[in-house]
Design a protein around this ligand. Structure first.
Ligand SMILES: [Zn+2]
Ligand SMILES: [Zn+2]
Length: 205
């Protein structure tokens, strides 16, 4: 009787200690920021469900060619589409048919996004998030940031704006109001969700 009673207590104490350790670890993990917001974590988790090669390709492309402001992985598992033997990723099922409809334009946009993503990644993490939210140049608003090299960061009336290239700097500074109005407009477009085509426009400098 005595033995089993003491064993009971020892098991109970062990149980409490183990529970305490597990709970402590969970709390420690939660308090630890492994870089990025909740949405970034969700995207990382979704992309982790792809095969290593697909994941790498989706991470490089980073955005959907049909919904250029939608991150791959933000709308569920990205869908792999084969166009003329080349692979592109789209954000959702709804984009598959659109992507195939004008395959050449889709491939072109996917390449553009991959290049832009690589150049934007050269910025620091905070600038990267800001440039991705703006997406297009504050002067040439149809010119995607990162397409002409790393986006150029400028301060206009104490605020930050991103430009597609150094050639847009003088224009951005000569009309601060227009530049900042464009930044606001571009950032608001980020929130809009709806399927539509976004064909790249030629940038003339
Ligand atoms: Zn989609
Ligand atoms: Zn430019």
């Amino acid at each position: 009787m005595m033995l089993s009673r003491s064993r009971f207590w020892s098991l109970l104490v062990t149980g409490l200690v183990v529970t305490g350790i597990v709970a402590g670890n969970a709390l420690a993990d939660e308090g630890h920021d492994h870089g990025g917001s909740k949405s970034e974590q969700k995207i990382a988790k979704t992309l982790a469900s792809l095969s290593p090669a697909d994941r790498q390709a989706a991470e490089a492309q980073r955005f959907c060619p049909m919904m250029v402001r939608t991150r791959l992985g933000a709308d569920g598992k990205p869908i792999k589409v084969n166009i003329n033997g080349q692979t592109v990723f789209v954000c959702c099922k709804g984009c598959v048919e659109d992507a195939k409809e004008d395959g050449q334009a889709t491939l072109k946009m996917a390449k553009k996004l991959t290049k832009a993503s690589a150049n934007i990644a050269k910025l620091g993490p905070r600038d990267r998030a800001a440039a991705e939210a703006q997406k297009y140049c504050a002067v040439q608003t149809d010119s995607m940031l990162g397409i002409m090299g790393p986006p150029v960061k400028v301060r206009v009336n104490g605020k930050t704006a991103f430009l597609c290239c150094g050639g847009c700097r003088a224009k951005a500074q000569s009309n601060p109001q227009a530049t900042l109005a464009n930044v606001e407009k571009l950032k608001k477009a980020e929130k809009g969700h709806g399927h539509g085509h976004d064909h790249g426009h030629k940038h003339n400098h």
